[in-house]
Ligand binder design. Sequence first.
Ligand code: SAM
Length: 291
Amino acid sequence: MQTLDKLIGQFFNHNEESLLNNYPGINKNILQESFFDFLGYEIGPGCLLSYSESEKSTKYFNELQKGVPLSYITNVGHFYGREFFVNESVLIPRFETEGLVELAVEHIKTISGPRINVGEIGVGSGCIGLTILSECFDRSIDFRGGEISESALMVARKNYQKLNFCIPDSSSVTFLVNDRLEGEDECHYDLIVSNPPYIKKDQDENLVHHQVREFEPALALFIEDGVYESWFVELFSQIERCLKPDGKFLMEGHENHLVRLKEIASEFSFKEIEIIKDLSSRDRVLSFRKS
Ligand SMILES: C[S@@+](CC[C@H](N)C(=O)[O-])C[C@H]1O[C@@H](n2cnc3c(N)ncnc32)[C@H](O)[C@@H]1O
């Protein structure tokens, strides 16, 4: 029997190079925190591992040696101070996406009226929509989240059950399988948010970390180069139809492609079209309103 810190220390020292290759910035503390996520509870410093904890640590280390992302090993993704269930059907929630949520929450504060219609395209784990609903606890929001992948939608539904108590009873949540906003009502939404797939499959491939390419769902990441612009033209025309006049759209995008998407958006009847930078001064969010 060993203590966890000793076991993690040994594993880290023996595998440091490959660990850092698969998990940039990883250290012993991160490994320990993630093992606690995997176990579902914490073990005090210096405590000996039980037999079943030792078995679990072996399984955990085996997955690490294969380079499986930590969140897929533990089934836990951290986003905006909350824990989300994740598996290989969904993108692992990213820290930079929290900026999109902040913008959405700020915007919701400016909307008057008893009920607010919020839509999301590509809900994945549900981290964006469910966080917005939780952060706007004092507002009554009718949220509809569309997603093209049925297995991703199962994860979003699971997270809705998990976070149900954070969402006011006066709000409602609907998840549906859909391609963007196909078939949705005209002039319905006050706000639409999205973190769509936005990496050009060929042009940007080398910029994507090998672990992301290998394990995260391609559907969540890539659009074929040849249809990239037409995909967003279709998206924007659906947004134009489904937003109420003055309604707002907020979309996370690729730092190299947002300027072009802004140009495309200016061919529609949108106003206040702007690109918002993230904390590292990279173009991150495209924002506009329907005229
Ligand atoms: C970048 S992920 C974002 C997931 C989640 N919203 C987040 O921020 O972590 C994009 C999501 O869009 C979904 N998606 C891809 N194409 C879509 C389409 N045509 N219509 C709706 N959803 C789509 C993917 O399955 C994936 O879950």
